[in-house]
Design a protein around this ligand. Structure first.
Ligand SMILES: Nc1nc2c(ncn2[C@@H]2O[C@H](COP(=O)(O)OP(=O)(O)O)[C@@H](O)[C@H]2O)c(=O)[nH]1
Ligand SMILES: Nc1ncnc2c1ncn2[C@@H]1O[C@H](COP(=O)(O)OP(=O)(O)O)[C@@H](O)[C@H]1O
Length: 199
C-alpha cells in the first residue's frame, strides 16, 4: 500500500482554491478532504460537516485546549482549525489528506509534519483577485476589503511553500496541481521498491 501524504493548499480568499480542489478531488478518489472547524458564520451555500464544522468560539477554544486540532489560526477575526483525528485515520488507511488552510496554519503543519506537500495558489493579479471575490457575491464589501488586505501579506509568504501555482485558468491550475501530485507520488522515498527474485 502506498503511503498517504498531507497536502497543504493555501492561497488568498477568492483565488479559486475550492474551485480547483473540487475538480482534483473528483479525479482522484483516494484523496481525503479534511473538513475544518470554524467559528465563522455560515454562508448560504455552506453545509454543516461538508464545508466546515460550524462551532462557537467557546467550543473552538475547548478543542484547542483538548489538543483536538492539528493546527489552528485566527483569520479575519474567526477561528479555523484542522481536526486531528480524521487526518490520522485517513493517513492510516493509506489515503492522502488535503488541508485547505491559511498561511499561519500551513506554517504550523510544515513544522509538525515536514513530509507534507505544500502548494500555494496565487492570483494572476490583485485586480483579478478583487474581481473574483466580488463576483462570488457572498462576501460583504467591508469583509472583502479585509480579506484583500490579508491577501497581500499571504502572497509574501508564498516563498515558504514547495510549489506555487498561478490560477490564471482553472483548467491550467488543475493540470499543474495534478502534475505536482503525480511527481510527488513517484518520489523514490515514498515508493519503496520491494523487488524479490521470486516475483
Ligand atoms: N489555519 C486554517 N485555515 C483554514 C482552515 N480552514 C479554512 N482555512 C482558511 O481560512 C481562510 C478563510 O476561509 P473561508 O472563510 O472559508 O473563506 P474562503 O476561502 O474565501 O471561502 C482561507 O484562507 C481558508 O483556506 C483550517 O482548518 N485552518
Ligand atoms: N481561473 C479562474 N478564472 C476566473 N474565475 C475563477 C477562476 N478560479 C476561480 N474562479 C471564481 O472565483 C471565485 C472564487 O473561487 P473560490 O474557489 O470560491 O475561491 P477560494 O476557495 O480560494 O476562496 C468563484 O466565483 C470562482 O468561480
Amino acid at each position: 500500500m502506498s503511503q498517504g501524504r498531507i497536502i497543504i493548499v493555501s492561497g488568498p480568499s477568492g483565488v479559486g482554491k475550492g474551485t480547483i480542489l473540487r475538480t482534483v478531488m473528483q479525479q482522484r478518489e483516494s484523496l481525503h478532504y479534511s473538513v475544518s472547524a470554524t467559528s465563522r458564520p455560515m454562508r448560504p451555500e455552506d453545509r454543516e460537516g461538508v464545508s466546515y464544522y460550524f462551532v462557537s468560539r467557546e467550543r473552538f477554544e475547548e478543542m484547542i485546549a483538548a489538543g483536538e486540532l492539528l493546527e489552528h489560526a485566527c483569520y479575519a477575526g474567526n477561528y479555523y482549525g484542522t481536526p486531528l483525528r480524521p487526518v490520522e485515520e485517513a493517513l492510516a488507511r493509506g489515503e492522502s489528506v488535503v488541508l485547505e488552510i491559511d498561511v499561519q496554519g500551513a506554517l504550523q503543519v510544515m513544522q509538525r509534519r515536514p513530509d507534507a506537500i505544500s502548494v500555494f495558489i496565487a492570483p494572476p493579479s490583485y485586480a483579478e483577485l478583487k474581481r473574483r471575490l466580488a463576483g462570488r457575491g457572498d462576501t460583504p464589501p467591508d469583509i472583502a476589503a479585509r480579506r484583500l488586505h490579508i491577501a497581500l501579506e499571504e502572497c509574501r509568504q508564498a516563498k515558504h511553500y514547495q510549489y506555487t501555482i498561478i490560477n490564471d485558468s482553472v483548467g491550467h491550475a488543475v493540470q499543474e496541481l495534478e502534475a505536482v501530485l503525480t511527481a510527488e507520488a513517484c518520489r523514490t522515498s515514498y515508493r519503496p521498491l520491494n523487488l524479490k527474485e521470486e516475483d
